[in-house]
Design a protein around this ligand. Structure first.
Ligand code: CTP
Ligand code: MG
Length: 387
């Protein structure tokens, strides 16, 4: 196998302050180490994975590695770390077999680093033969200070913040570590101190290092946001209907009879409320409108009662995999008065719709055709959701 990743996980996590080695702290219910290892077993090319663990937790570490690696577990090794990161990296490099040509060194503490960041670094090392770090631009204004005095603003256009994994030709990194003064703060610094070139590629905001409790909380909220179920997407529909009064027919509004009130003219029973509800349901489902679906040319709908249209819309929604979630309808006109029979109307409509229906009524202050008592209008909205 010609490539490997050394994951350093032997730190104590002092700044996190949990009193447990950091890699063994859960991040939203899954150990930081397990999360850090997950992307490594999705890489396209076979990759040897060496985990550097606290000396007293090797068995526990092996179990975590096995649980994440699955069938690829034979390409893994777990070794004890050293007193500082420098020593831990060296412990990992020491066990890599000779066929390995390119190695990435990665902090387990950057446990949300995406797989593509590993691929990007591997690719850049293979292409250039140099050391490679993933980096992000510095976004804050940076100042150089002495005690409490600000000396100057540093030109941040030439600055980047670096992450891991950092990638290297193995032989070059090994010899650089062998001659290191131990003053470098990252692996690329060790390589550079040996006079070799380091390049940078794009980093990723998710590859931040968990150092403090705040970082841990941030990682947990990122994981939760990714795994929360997406709410079923609802759709909203709108329907309007108007009918003129006709004293010669009986009055049907909202599936109720209103004896003594003038009726509404129309091809069907003129129930503007039921027709508006039907149109709102159809439009929520993107299913057209009442005229197109239950047209006046169709003799089946001559004189049909309003419930036929509402039920027809509900059936069409069901065919489209949708169910009504709620309906509202407002009756606009002087007569009949809705208030006294609102509850009854809501119940009878809800029974056909199969979801709650809210009914309200209003007049138009004497204005327009409803104000003049020429007819009745109804406006409805419907919310539908996947069944
Ligand atoms: N690391 C390591 N061996 C050490 C020290 C650090 O393998 N002796 C690893 C850590 O496990 C971590 C990475 O180096 O994945 C970066 O170190 P850091 O974030 O400083 O982690 P800790 O040293 O664990 O934390 P702290 O400094 O707060 O104690
Ligand atoms: Mg540390």
């Amino acid at each position: 196998m010609s490539r490997a990743v050394v994951v350093v996980a032997a730190g104590s996590g002092t700044r996190l302050g949990i009193g447990t080695a950091k890699a063994f702290v859960p991040v939203a219910g899954r150990l930081m180490l397990a999360r850090a290892l997950e992307p490594l077993f999705t890489l396209t090319e076979p990759t040897l994975v060496v985990v550097v663990a606290p000396a007293d937790r090797l068995d526990e570490c092996r179990q975590v590695v096995a649980s994440v690696a699955g069938a690829a577990v034979r390409y893994t090794a777990v070794v004890p770390g050293g007193a500082d990161r420098h020593a831990s990296v060296q412990a990992g490099l020491a066990v890599l077999p000779d066929p390995v040509e390119v190695v990435l060194v990665h902090d387990a503490a950057r446990c949300l680093t995406p797989a593509h960041q590993f691929e990007r670094v591997f690719d850049a090392v293979a292409t250039t033969g140099d050391g490679v770090v993933p980096a992000l631009p510095v976004v804050d204004t940076v100042k150089r200070v002495a005690d409490d005095v600000v000396l100057e603003t540093v030109d941040r256009s030439t600055l980047v913040g670096v992450q891991t994994p950092q990638g290297f030709p193995l032989a070059a990194l090994r010899s650089a570590y062998a001659g290191s003064s131990r003053s470098e703060t990252d692996d690329a610094g060790v390589l550079q101190a040996a006079g070799l070139t380091v390049r940078h590629v794009a980093g990723d905001a998710d590859a931040f290092k968990i150092t403090t409790a705040w970082d841990l909380a941030r990682a947990e909220s990122i994981v939760r946001a990714r795994t929360e179920p997406v709410p079923a997407r609802v759709r909203i529909g709108l329907g309007v209907d108007v009918h003129a009064f006709d004293d010669a027919v009986r009055c049907r509004v909202g599936l109720l009879d209103f004896p003594g009130e003038p009726g509404l003219s129309g091809h069907s029973d003129g129930d503007a409320v039921a027709h508006a509800v039907c149109d709102a349901l159809l439009s929520a489902g993107g299913l057209g409108d009442i005229g197109g679906r239950f047209g006046t040319a169709d003799p089946r709908y001559a004189g049909a009662t309003g419930d036929v249209f509402v039920r027809g819309a509900v059936d069409l929604l069901a065919e489209a995999g949708l169910v009504p979630e709620s309906v509202t309808v407002q009756v606009v006109g002087n007569r009949p008065r809705i208030g006294a029979r609102r509850g009854e109307m809501q119940d009878v409509l809800a029974a056909v719709v199969g979801a709650p229906v809210a009914v309200s009524g209003t007049t138009t202050d004497g204005l327009g055709f409803t104000g003049r008592g020429e007819g009745l209008a109804a406006i409805a909205t419907a919310v539908v959701r996947p069944a």
